[in-house]
Design a protein around this ligand. Structure first.
Ligand SMILES: Nc1nc2c(c(=O)[nH]1)N[C@H]1C(S)=C(S)[C@@H](COP(=O)(O)O)O[C@H]1N2
Ligand SMILES: [Mo]
Length: 563
């Protein structure tokens, strides 16, 4: 039997158990709000939800991650954070109910969550040490004390006899605060009223007032923390706003006329920055102040290690190139591919100045490991980076300084390699090493060490399950095989013969190529399939492979009904 059954709660106001759960929720809310406020003084990444989320991302099994990206796309991070909050809410309810019986232990339970958050924050790869524990510990401390105090308002105490009317509210002078185990069963005050035990009661008004004050104060602290965290990157924002990119010494040639087809529904040839796909593990986008940014180049075979500032980098020759970036997590027909006009400095030149030689010329390092400010590690073959392709330390994207989401102030871009083995954002360190001696982040999680981009094509229009009219239907899309180039695209209707599509002019072999196919569509359901052939003669395979470990393969099909 619970206390509530033995002692019917007041006929007016919330039942005691619900009040306990509510107390837990208020304490949990206060803990998160205080953690948010403290993290503004430390750094936003040290907040418990972000830290635990980051730790969860790093530990998520591949299959789950793949499923999350497939189902939630770029909302996967939001879903993760909401999931963490949902779990915390359940635990807060449970602790709040537990505190009715075990006042000290229940309140101390909140501290346990603080320890989990602190551990997650201090063991993140970009952790700055003990200070990262402060938001979690501070938040949990406040949450624990608050829960203890609220639990005091929920303790039984004698009801006031002189006000027998139902619905009475007792003043706080009757409050008893003699600890968790002091519930008295019956006792001298016992009296019964209408068959109900009204000998004991708890301090409803005191509880509601305390919980209300705590909730309002927490909302204030949380809002202030949010605001400060939002403004925390202001040096970085200012450094980006001040930045005027120098004119590239080697500008990109104009995109050839007609490389971007004017067909409704086709992806634009150059993907605008704000619709460029984003894939990374960062729950809080790093805001790096360009004036404080440094890039260190060191490691095996680096006879002249350097540390570069952002100005050093801008003083180098800048080149401008159109390059299509592709994510290894892109499913056949998927959206994680885009083309930008990048401005940056040649990575191979910088490496050569540092004394680096590719393995084919006797260099001892075959892997270049790029590290970001948030602890990401990305490994690329030194051979590919130095083989003459336009491997860039990029500072500009489509005429703008890199957006924060895409790696401000500097990122790598290497034509022909999937992003996870080439495109390190927020880069700060380049280490020359070997594939045998070091596995970077994604490789540790089951992805391939080396991953050149697979020849792929996508139908952008018509959309799946479209209902076009009979007659000429324009089928169109994009095909890519970066650094090899696209030679041919073919379309097949149902089980018919492969028919050559019209290729738009090629911008470069590092970019995708648009194609179109005017289809004489007859009534009924039809399946359209596309395949590309690259300039090395490779025909896009129809063998289906999943994204793990080195990129999806297979052919994109779209089913339509012609009316
Ligand atoms: N620091 C950092 N860089 C990163 C990643 C990351 O998670 N962290 N993800 C990589 C992956 S998997 C891809 S596909 C590209 C995506 O770049 P984008 O977000 O600018 O499109 O960034 C790469 N660089
Ligand atoms: Mo990726």
């Amino acid at each position: 039997m619970t206390d509530d059954e033995k002692n019917p709660p007041g006929r007016y106001g919330p039942p005691r158990l619900a009040a306990g759960a509510f107390a837990g929720a208020v304490a949990g809310f206060a803990a998160l709000a205080v953690a948010e406020l403290v993290s503004a003084g430390v750094r936003p990444q040290a907040g418990p939800v972000v830290a635990v989320g980051g730790a969860a991302i790093d530990r998520t099994p591949l299959a789950v991650k793949d499923w999350a990206v497939r189902n939630f796309g770029t909302n996967d991070k939001l879903v993760l954070e909401l999931g963490i909050l949902a779990v915390l809410t359940l635990f807060a309810f449970a602790l709040g109910m537990a505190v009715l019986r075990f006042r000290r232990a229940g309140a101390a339970g909140v501290l346990l969550f603080g320890v989990v958050g602190a551990l997650a924050a201090t063991t993140r790869p970009d952790s700055r040490g003990f200070s990262d524990a402060l938001p979690s510990l501070g938040g949990a401390g406040v949450g624990a004390v608050l829960l203890y105090v609220l639990a005091g308002r929920l303790e039984w105490r004698p009801a006031r006899r002189e006000r027998p009317a139902p619905g009475q509210e007792s003043g706080p002078e009757d409050r008893r605060e003699d600890g968790p185990d002091s519930d008295r069963e019956g006792g001298p005050d016992s009296d019964r009223e209408g068959g109900r035990d009204s000998s004991r009661d708890w301090d409803r008004r005191g509880f509601v007032v305390a919980a209300g004050v705590a909730a309002v104060a927490s909302a204030g602290a949380g809002t202030l923390g949010r605001y400060l965290n939002g403004a925390s990157g202001k040096d970085a924002v200012a450094s980006r706003e001040r930045l005027v990119l120098p004119a590239p010494g080697s500008p990109a040639h104009a995109v050839p006329r007609g490389a971007g087809l004017r067909i409704p529904g086709i992806s634009p040839f150059i993907t605008p920055n704000d619709s460029f796909y984003r894939v990374d593990t960062a729950l809080v986008v790093p805001k790096v102040d360009a004036t404080a940014w440094r890039l260190r180049v060191h490691g095996k075979g680096v006879s002249r290690p350097v540390v570069l500032s952002f100005d050093d980098l801008l003083r180098r020759e800048l080149i401008e190139r159109d390059i299509t970036l592709t994510c290894v997590s892109n499913e056949v027909g998927g959206p994680y591919v885009g083309t930008a006009r990048w401005i940056g400095t040649r990575l191979a030149d910088l490496l050569a100045e540092c004394g680096v030689k590719p393995p084919s010329r006797g260099g001892p390092a075959d892997q270049l490991v790029a590290r970001s400010v948030d602890g990401m590690t990305i490994g690329s073959p030194v051979e590919d980076v130095m083989d003459g392709r336009d491997a860039l330390l990029a500072v500009g994207m489509n005429g703008q300084p890199l957006p924060f989401d895409h790696g401000f102030p500097v990122r790598m871009v290497v034509p022909g390699l999937y992003g996870f083995v080439s495109a390190c954002k927020w880069i700060t360190d380049i280490e020359l090493t070997t594939f045998d001696s070091y596995d970077p982040y994604w490789v540790k999680r089951g992805w391939a060490r080396k991953a050149p981009i697979k020849t792929q094509s996508r139908i952008d229009t018509p959309k799946p399950f479209a209902r076009p009219r009979t007659g000429t239907v324009m089928v169109a899309g994009v095909a890519w095989a970066q650094h090899r180039g696209i030679d041919k695209v073919e379309v097949r209707v149902d089980d018919g013969p492969w028919q050559e599509a019209r290729l738009a002019p090629e911008d470069s072999r590092d970019t995708w190529r648009q194609w179109s196919f005017p289809w004489q569509a007859g009534k009924g359901g039809h399946t359209l399939t596309v395949r590309a052939t690259d300039r090395s003669g490779q025909v896009q395979t129809d063998r289906r492979a999943r994204t793990v470990p080195d990129g999806a393969s297979g052919r994109h099909s779209v089913v339509v009904t012609v009316e």
